[in-house]
Ligand binder design. Structure first.
Ligand SMILES: [Zn+2]
Length: 213
């Protein structure tokens, strides 16, 4: 006769499925529903019943002794450390997106900016995915290497056909201050004569077109 156990153990449903399917399910993998602090990640808490199965103590002990792994879980709680981190991340996203919008609005209002900064769209899309919450991880340092071309004397120019976006000096300074990276690619407005445009080719023309924007 089975005595009712005092402790209830939660085990990963995923692991239990493996146990039911395979002869050698490997060690118990309860960390798949736990965060690194041993609690339930806040984003998993609302469907935690789908992730765990409750076992009586004697069954847990049998499985644990045979397969190892773990850890033992007797209490499911939302991790407060993760909760604080999530709130801080949400705040960071909001600040970055709001600041960008504000700076970009000011840039749009400038009739003829004396300088325009170029940013790799590949990096920008990563940043955008992060601030919009589509990507959990923030991007690494700004990487303009794919859109940059080093000219004689170490002068850095925009590469022809580069996938880039135009931002203001202030927006560049803001993003660069947060993420670092480079190189800096600045297109300066100079006195370009419109009638000269037809005679230009290749990179020169690209530069001129960029100026004209
Ligand atoms: Zn946590």
């Amino acid at each position: 006769m089975r005595e009712p156990s005092l402790l209830r153990f939660y085990v990963s449903r995923e692991w239990l499925n493996k146990f039911n399917t395979f002869a050698e399910p490997g060690p118990i993998t309860n960390h798949t529903f736990l965060c690194s602090h041993g609690g339930i990640p806040p984003n998993k808490y609302h469907y935690i019943d789908d992730l765990v199965v409750i076992l009586p103590q004697n069954v847990w002990e049998h499985l644990y002794n045979r397969f190892g792994g773990g850890p033992a879980v007797n209490h499911l709680y939302v991790c407060s450390v993760c909760q604080v981190e999530i709130e801080a991340l949400a705040k960071r996203r909001r600040i970055e997106i709001d600041t960008f919008i504000k700076l970009n609005k000011a840039f749009q209002a400038e009739e003829s900016p004396s300088v325009i900064f170029c940013i790799s769209m590949q990096w920008f899309r990563e940043w955008e995915a992060f601030v919009k919450g589509k990507d959990n991880e923030p991007p690494g340092p700004i990487d303009n290497s794919r859109i940059a071309q080093v000219k004689g004397g170490g002068h850095i120019q925009l590469k022809q056909g580069a996938d880039y976006g135009q931002i203001s000096e202030e927006t560049w300074a803001y993003l660069h201050g947060l993420y670092g990276g480079g190189p800096e690619i600045a297109v300066r407005q100079s006195v370009a004569q419109p009638q000269d445009l037809d005679g230009l080719h290749g990179e020169q023309k690209i530069e001129a077109e960029t100026r004209a924007l």
